[in-house]
Design a protein around this ligand. Sequence first.
Ligand code: GNR
Ligand code: NI
Length: 180
Amino acid sequence: MSLLTILEFPDPRLRTVAEPVEQVNDEVRRLVDDLFETMYAAKGIGLAATQVDVHRRVLVVDVSEDRSDPQVFINPEILHRAEPGPTQEGCLSVPGIYDDVERPTHIRVRALGRDGRQFELEAKGLMAVCIQHEMDHLQGKLFVDYLSELKRQRIRKRLDKERKLRASRPAQSEAGVPVI
Ligand code: GNR
Ligand code: NI
């Protein structure tokens, strides 16, 4: 398994539209495993292949508290949407930014699993929102696209500033103790 690098807004590669998977083979299963490893390491609840610069219709989700419910969606399609409502969203590709997005909070999805078999699933609340957020990534869309142009500009500036700061600071270990 490998930890992959997550692209950050406004990287133009995040705008790529993913291609459907033709066959769920070992290469696709390896991508799924790497997506989970990367998502868990980044403490996210979902990750789309687009975010790691792989432009195939593959996404993973785990909205459980104890990180015990990995779910895979290959070539996902939404069959039914209902009950629009606001949810506060965040994105690993837009780090540290959270804002409300209005979306259906109840969906029915059809997809292929890691074993290549088709399944259907009803999702509500955060799970429904997360699947749609990931499906947007596969179409080159980000949650900040639902916000105003002014907010998006401010977000871009804030992330630019933080990236510059990060690049100029000396390396630190995870605990914040200087690396010797
Ligand atoms: O970790 C994530 N949290 C989250 C919270 C509310 C709505 C959507 C998400 S998905 C996000 C991980 C991510 O960026 N997936 O693309
Ligand atoms: Ni995201």
